[in-house]
Design a binder for this molecule. Structure first.
Ligand SMILES: *Cc1c(COP(=O)(O)O)cnc(C)c1O
Ligand code: SF4
Length: 474
């Protein structure tokens, strides 16, 4: 064994004082601590570089009600807040983007402060929340609203029962932020300042019907409380939903899903009623030997700051387990370096990377999608870089209601025309689910040409399914 490697940067911290037998043999040089970027979280009064927040103190910035009250839900006001920081061309471009975007807008001061306005075109947070006209691309020809068939699988409005033992409960339809890439754009975010107040009200009858359905299905054990977003549930509503579900003997696991920690971690720190209500449901569940956890949604390492760390520390101290689901997006997290940093940083703040979704087919965000192949490549490079339990599964939520499939489990994948075929035996035997790569990322113009011809499209799909069929084992 060669042993030429010595600690490079430290002044021999491991040098044995005497006696060669005590000397530690480093087979590799220790990593330069400056390279452990996942531990290097943005702190200080970073928001004060935004003119509108120059005078805002830390106490104010950490106040969740200040964050909510100053969240910007109007494109004009949003662009006003950054005027002077960005070029007029960018402002004009974003105006076009907003006029063509099918989603509502909501950006917290925290989020606004995390965007690098000196380079807005490349900023991973800007890309997720603020559309610009010049980057928009035509939708894929096979795209439809509600591509996941959530409504088709809904026995009660706002309750999707697709998988054998789990269901998705959508108690409300508002969010603390509106994401360009949202899969539920058919449902969430229809708010203006007035509509919002109405929507935030409890809808007891619909909720009661959902609870009753769950109680009548002994096979249902696992309930995802999503939305909209659990951040927008009042403390009393967290308690109401949590207690109603925990009271059902068949329900063993509950997840409250929220994007909140990624866009407004302040709430965890300063909305004491909300945090305490969640904690009480988790503790009650624990006594009943049921699991209640939080699922959240970080997509880029820049979303994790010292404020996030403080918020996640608080949840950790209270024994609240947090898992993360990311959406793979071009320019946001589609490189090995960024994805590894995201995964390591999540682990650092005790958030467990659970899934990375290959972007669903959603209207108006073709610029955000990547190919399945990108997902496969990233998975290969991420796995092995940290603990296996902190390594996410890369999944495709198969259009047509097949549910989530391991990205590697396709029966057939033609990288040239971007068609991949999946099966989902536990959900529906004998059915093929197809995912389509975005056309602008296909490797050849010839393939793009074929996608312009409806007859060719049907031929490509038929061929893909035939090939998949040959592949499927009994
Ligand atoms: C994602 C999802 C679930 C939860 O699935 P997991 O793989 O257990 O995270 C449940 N129901 C629906 C409809 C879903 O889309
Ligand atoms: S927070 Fe979730 S549900 Fe709300 S817009 Fe974003 S992705 Fe959609």
């Amino acid at each position: 064994m060669s042993n030429t490697a010595l600690p490079v940067l430290q002044t021999q911290p491991n040098a044995a004082p005497q006696g060669a037998s005590d000397e530690l043999k480093h087979l590799k040089p220790p990593v330069d601590p400056a390279k452990l970027k996942h531990r290097d979280l943005l702190g200080g009064t970073f928001w004060q570089k935004i003119p509108a927040y120059r005078e805002i103190s830390e106490a104010t910035f950490l106040d969740h009600s200040w964050q909510s009250k100053h969240s910007i839900i109007n494109p004009e006001k949003l662009l006003d807040a950054v005027r002077g920081l960005v070029s007029d061309e960018f402002i004009a471009d974003a105006k076009v983007g907003f006029s063509r975007a099918p989603m509502s807008v909501r950006v917290s001061p925290y989020l606004l402060s995390l965007i690098d306005w000196t380079d807005p075109y490349h900023d991973p947070l800007r890309i997720q929340f603020i559309p610009v006209g010049s980057r928009l691309l035509p939708d894929h020809p096979k795209l439809g609203l509600d591509s996941l068939h959530e409504q088709a699988d809904a026995p009660v409005p706002g309750l999707t029962h697709r998988y054998p033992d789990k269901a998705l409960f959508l108690p409300l339809d508002t969010c603390p932020v509106y994401c360009r890439f949202c899969t539920r754009s058919y449902a969430v975010g229809v708010d203006t300042e007035e509509v919002e107040k109405v929507q935030l009200k409890a809808k007891p009858e619909r909720w009661q019907r959902a609870f009753r359905y769950i109680s009548e299905r002994p096979e249902l054990e696992d309930i995802v409380v999503s939305g909209g977003d659990a951040y927008n549930l009042r403390a009393t509503q967290i308690t109401e939903i949590g207690e109603a579900l925990l009271a059902l003997p068949n329900v063993r696991r509950i997840r409250f899903a929220t994007k909140g920690p990624a866009v407004m971690p302040q709430k965890v720190l300063t909305d004491h009623a909300w945090a305490d209500a969640l904690t009480a449901v988790v503790e009650k569940g624990r006594k009943l030997h049921k699991e209640v956890v939080l699922h959240t949604h970080f997509n880029n390492p820049n979303e994790i700051t010292a404020i996030t760390e403080a918020a996640m520390n608080k949840l950790h101290e209270r024994g609240i387990y947090v898992r993360n689901q990311s959406v793979l997006q071009k320019g946001v997290n589609d490189t090995v370096e960024t994805m590894r940093l995201l995964i390591k940083r999540l682990g650092h703040v005790n958030v467990h990377p659970y899934y990375v979704y290959v972007h669903d087919l959603v209207q108006g965000v073709e610029d955000l999608r990547t190919t399945l192949d990108t997902g496969l490549m990233l998975e290969k490079h991420v796995r092995g870089s940290t603990a296996g339990f902190n390594t996410p599964t890369f999944v495709v939520d198969a259009p047509g209601g097949g549910g989530k499939r391991d990205a590697h489990s396709f029966e057939h994948y033609d990288r040239d025309n971007g068609i991949s075929v999946f099966t989902s035996p536990a959900v529906k035997d004998d059915q093929y689910y197809i995912y389509y790569d975005p056309l602008h990322l296909l490797p050849s113009d010839a393939a793009r040409e074929r996608w312009k011809n409806p007859t060719e499209i049907e031929k490509m799909i038929d061929t893909a399914i035939a090939k998949a069929r040959g592949q499927v084992r009994p």
